[in-house]
Design a protein around this ligand. Structure first.
Ligand SMILES: [Zn+2]
Ligand SMILES: [Zn+2]
Length: 254
């Protein structure tokens, strides 16, 4: 179906080995950057993705770890790319527009920006057998996940979200689920704020236990405390090989 290159797998706070969550989705000649944190051009170069030809960016919400690289991408593409499609919501559109004006990046030499509202038309992208649809998640106002489908294959990236079985079920039958897995259950004490915006590894493991056809790629790790990654891996262990634990710059073929 496609190839995914992970550019980052951490939450808003990167670690030495993991940067903010973002990935490139490549299907035949169609390339999408999904979320746009900092140092994005350097990361695209490192992943052998031609940033000059990159014309499709999806921004799932306005938290800085998902949006702040867009200004650098527009700046770097000056004179090199004439069009950039940004698939997003209205709130992110407003932020990108004000940043472009602030940095004086709305002149002719920079790419023309075309905004596609992911809630106006769903699927919001459909070409050569590939469809991208938005599914509202449980994170903040207007935030969403992205479902990719081609033929019988499908993948759902939840983006940042608290756990919701009904949200995942909206995506239908899934081959792959790239899900927020911010921490182990020990970091998600009942009533804590993190529960309202993110998901823990135990909840994911339990939910996917009886879904043998779906592979999980956990992302958006917050690894502030020592041993946190170990605890996440232990909670996901029951899924066996169905859990694909990726590093930054790892490639997954779907
Ligand atoms: Zn985030
Ligand atoms: Zn967020």
């Amino acid at each position: 179906m496609a190839k995914i290159i992970f550019l980052g797998t951490a939450s808003s706070i990167p670690t030495k080995d993991r940067d903010n969550t973002a990935f490139v989705f490549i299907h035949k000649s169609q390339t999408f950057l999904i979320d746009c944190p900092g140092a994005i051009v350097h990361k695209l170069l490192k992943a052998n993705v031609d940033f000059k030809k990159l014309q499709n960016v999806v921004i799932t919400h306005e938290h800085p770890d998902h949006i702040y690289g867009i200004i650098s991408l527009i700046h770097t593409q000056a004179g090199l790319n004439d069009r950039l499609n940004i698939f997003t919501n209205n709130r992110c559109k407003k932020i990108v527009e004000s940043l472009r004006a602030l940095f004086n990046l709305d002149r002719d030499k920079f790419p023309q920006i075309h905004y596609i509202d992911v809630f106006k038309k769903n699927p919001f992208y459909s070409k050569d057998g590939l469809r991208l649809s938005s599914i509202e998640n449980k994170h903040m106002q207007g935030s969403f996940g992205v479902k990719f489908s081609s033929g019988k294959k499908s993948l759902f990236y939840t983006s940042d979200t608290s756990f919701s079985a009904s949200m995942i079920e909206k995506a239908g039958k899934l081959n792959y689920l790239i899900h927020d897995c911010t921490g182990p259950s020990s970091s998600f004490s009942p009533g804590s704020k993190i529960n309202l915006m993110h998901t823990d590894s135990k909840t994911l493991s339990e939910y996917l236990k009886d879904k043998p056809d779906t592979k999980l790629i956990p992302v958006h790790f917050l690894l502030l405390k020592k041993g946190e990654e170990k605890r996440i891996r232990a909670e996901l262990k029951p899924l066996g090989k169905r859990c694909v634990f990726v590093k930054d710059f790892e490639v997954v073929r779907l």
